[in-house]
Design a protein around this ligand. Structure first.
Ligand code: HEC
Ligand code: HEC
Ligand code: HEC
Ligand code: HEC
Ligand code: HEC
Ligand code: HEC
Ligand code: HEC
Length: 312
């Protein structure tokens, strides 16, 4: 009895002093920043007035904490990327001027990330309309938050989730007047009007990614990054609505999805009668069209025979 209680006490001490503090160290640092950066408002000690004040947080500086814990960089502390001088508030003004690492700074030429082809992505991105118009002012982080990015298309087996995640990256700017104007200096074209020619827009935007129509499929890449000028965007319905849909080479090319396809779920989508244009046929109309064809053929034959007879 004595021994078990000793063991329990030791275990308790070990947990509280050894393991727990070591683990929560990281969270503690996160916690300190997120005390302000995950809320609509923040409090700080105004040392001039010598009292605590409450202010509104810039909504674009509020970090999505759920996204943070699911993102690829979840192991990082805030100060692994940002200067540790952010530990004090008010933050020093000159911290704004410090450059932050880009994706390529950390991932370029690193063999452990070779499957992602970061360098090829960079090449493709440099050909895109965004880079052509805005150059280095349009960075990878305009689409990818380093805080919350998660390689969804590669890891998820749910098409709708993949589409939603990807499209939100585009819509976060194309549907956000302020963010779009910050980049371009003019108002954003209304996407619903621009795509008026597309029937059932809501359904399409939930089932296909913007990049399906706005990029060329690059075979060696999972996700093509060359956003083409609008004149080159895909408008032909049959490119997708056919048995040989281009979605097979883009949206559905991931192994995680192909596995699903072996179970039959994707095949039923692609083989869906209403999905393939031309497969939707009404038997009576089909019969009628065959009849009309034969009547026309007979007409031509009879006409031809009479002409030959007349010539003689
Ligand atoms: C007391 C609240 C508070 C704490 C704690 C805090 N911040 Fe901030 N932070 C702010 C506010 C408010 C802003 C908006 C700009 C300003 O007022 O300086 C800001 C701005 C920023 C910016 C954007 C700077 C810019 O203008 O580009 C970064 C990056 C940042 N904080 C990082 C951090 C990090 C990292 C930590 C933790 C080490 C941290 N902050 C802790 C309140 C806080
Ligand atoms: C993997 C690197 C990385 C980590 C970790 C990171 N940040 Fe950032 N953070 C960035 C980059 C890069 C930017 C600039 C984004 C841009 O250029 O649009 C940024 C921007 C910001 C901004 C300015 C608002 C914005 O989104 O542009 C704030 C505030 C901020 N970070 C706070 C934090 C806090 C708080 C943490 C910890 C919970 C944190 N960051 C962790 C890389 C990181
Ligand atoms: C400060 C360096 C740094 C920056 C900047 C950075 N990353 Fe990372 N990234 C890492 C490290 C280190 C890991 C591995 C994290 C781990 O294994 O927990 C990682 C992991 C990843 C992964 C997951 C790899 C895997 O197979 O698990 C992806 C995808 C990724 N980063 C994409 C990006 C993108 C896109 C950007 C730019 C928006 C970016 N990273 C910016 C350092 C960085
Ligand atoms: C115009 C928006 C945009 C820009 C700019 C952009 N990306 Fe992406 N990127 C995407 C989208 C959309 C995806 C697909 C998201 C998903 O489901 O993973 C993606 C996916 C990725 C992936 C994961 C690919 C895979 O094989 O799983 C990496 C890595 C990546 N981007 C890196 C970059 C780098 C590096 C840059 C800058 C040179 C960049 N991206 C610029 C939109 C963009
Ligand atoms: C089914 C294919 C398709 C899908 C899906 C699609 N687009 Fe388009 N988009 C087009 C075509 C085609 C045009 C050119 C329309 C025209 O010029 O009449 C276009 C035009 C645009 C333009 C140019 C607007 C202008 O006039 O300056 C933008 C921006 C745009 N799309 C963004 C998006 C975004 C963001 C998404 C995802 C939410 C998306 N598109 C989804 C086919 C598509
Ligand atoms: C941070 C803001 C931002 C993000 C994120 C963004 N774009 Fe854009 N995009 C712009 C701006 C600004 C323009 C206008 C460029 C110009 O003036 O020609 C533009 C232009 C376009 C055009 C029209 C090109 C033309 O010929 O006029 C298309 C298509 C487009 N974007 C698609 C996308 C897609 C697809 C995504 C997501 C993968 C995306 N954008 C993400 C800001 C953004
Ligand atoms: C980028 C590929 C793509 C393009 C281009 C495209 N579609 Fe679609 N369309 C889809 C997908 C994916 C669905 C959803 C299919 C499903 O899973 O039910 C869909 C659904 C539809 C539906 C609804 C079918 C139903 O089951 O209710 C109609 C109607 C439709 N598309 C017509 C068109 C027309 C007309 C065009 C050309 C103007 C077009 N689509 C262009 C991919 C595309």
């Amino acid at each position: 009895m004595k021994y078990t209680s000793v063991i329990f006490v030791c275990l308790f001490l070990f947990c509280t002093t050894g393991i727990v503090p070591a683990q929560s160290y990281k969270n503690a640092q996160h916690h300190q920043c997120l005390k302000c950066h995950s809320n609509q408002s923040y409090s700080f000690m105004n040392t001039v007035k010598n009292k605590v004040e409450k202010r509104l947080m810039n909504p674009y500086f509020i970090i999505d904490t759920v996204g943070l814990t699911h993102g690829v960089h979840k192991q990082f502390d805030c100060t692994d990327c940002h200067s540790s001088e952010y530990g004090t508030y008010p933050h020093q003004a000159t911290l704004k001027l410090q450059p932050l690492s880009t994706c390529l700074d950390c991932h370029g030429g690193d063999a452990s990330f070779a499957t992602y082809h970061f360098e090829r992505i960079d090449e493709e991105f440099k050909k895109s309309v965004h880079y052509k118009v805005y150059g280095d002012n349009f960075t990878c982080t305009k689409c990818h938050s380093q805080h919350t990015y998660k390689a969804t298309a590669r890891t998820s087996s749910d098409v709708l989730e993949i589409v939603d995640y990807s499209n939100k990256m585009c819509l976060s700017c194309h549907n956000d007047m302020k963010k779009y104007k910050m980049v371009s200096g003019h108002d954003n074209p209304k996407l619903i009007q621009v795509h008026e020619w597309l029937p059932n827009q809501e359904l399409h935007f939930a089932h296909v990614r913007c990049i399906e129509c706005h990029t060329e499929v690059a075979d060696s890449l999972m996700v093509s990054h060359n956003i083409l000028p609008k004149e080159k965007a895909l408008k032909k319905c049959v490119e997708c609505h056919s048995a040989n849909s281009r979605l097979k080479a883009s949206l559905y090319k991931y192994q995680n999805l192909q596995k699903r396809s072996e179970n039959g779920t994707l095949n039923t989508v692609l083989a869906n009668e209403s999905y393939i244009i031309g497969s939707h046929q009404i038997p009576l109309l089909k019969l009628a069209s065959i009849l009309i064809f034969f009547i026309a053929l007979c007409g031509i034959l009879i006409h031809g025979i009479f002409r030959i007879i007349k010539k003689k």
